[in-house]
Design a protein around this ligand. Sequence first.
Ligand code: HEM
Length: 359
Amino acid sequence: MASIVSRLSLALSLIALALAGYSIYQHTQSAMESQPIKALPAWLQLPTFQSANVLSYYPSGRKSSPAGMLSDEACVFSAVKEVVDAAIDNETRMGASLIRLFFHDCFVDGCDAGLLLNDTATFTGEQTAFGNLNSVRGFEVIEQAKQNAVAKCADTPVSCADILSIAARDSFERFSGATYTVTLGRLDARTANLTGANTQLVGPSENLTEQVRKFGIKGFNERELVALLGSHTLGFARCPVLCDNRNINPVRVPGLQCNCPVTNTDPGLVGLDPTPDTFDQRYYSDLVSGQGLLFSDQQLMNSTTTSDAVTTYRDSIDTFLADFAAAMVKMSNLPPSAGVELEIRDVCSRVNDVSVASV
Ligand code: HEM
């Protein structure tokens, strides 16, 4: 009898427990229905991955960090900064190289990380273009930054194009102490454009008219051209470039520290200005005194509009930094070509195996 009573009371307790659980569940459900979750931004509620490497949808053109997402985007920013800082600690020049890598990507069919795609047996990318071959560098830093973001910020998928934009900004900040905001949401192209890289980029032997024309096509005016070229306050030109007389300001030939002629892979370097590790105004003051290194650089003194901008930036570091930052933001918003298939690459140097995203 005692055992029947104890079994009955156990059964009753279990039923009571189940009823209580159900009531809590119902209460929570109705509370959630009447109060939609406000913290989750719209883009996060969309499906991001259908499988490990198939991107379903990642809306581009998000205007700013939606409320509630700051910590995830902050994770991406800090993962990239960590790698960029270490790379610059290891080699100061890398900051200059990352800024240039970003420019050479964005200027050719927008900021789509097309430049990062390696050639394969069936695909030729942009890396062998005249302005890129043996010249642009920093690919491994971008790959490392991407993998650091993947490892540390799994909830926030980020494109290689975004990583490159952040890396360029962080390099600028590291050297200048100034900064600007990079908004995320770019996508990576599933293709690249070698012909575009050969025609859209400007070469060091090109005159002012050509420079103004090519930058004009991308939406930059002459003052913005002068501001962006101010990044030649950082970094180096290789002797193979400088030993070609068409590329160098003739007045710089006599003192040139290169053993010309050289092979295409000669490692000799000359600072684009005499202070290649400092984001200062020396680049502009050298243009005013006729001492710019590249033929294309010295061309900026050939019109009133551009030479006025040169003297403005020579005289005011604040104006230079503000205009440079604004022009970099503008460049970072150059869109991919219409119709190009887009995705968030898993590895920056190659397209994903499968993708369903496109514009
Ligand atoms: C008229 C436009 C431009 C021309 C003709 C030009 C040309 C060049 C050349 C020939 C070099 C040396 C490359 C080598 O030796 O392999 C160079 C380096 C560099 N360029 Fe430009 N450039 C232009 C615009 C820009 C812009 C808009 C930026 C960035 C916003 C930029 C950033 C850099 C940097 C930072 C370096 C040094 C890179 C390093 O040391 O790795 N350039 N540029």
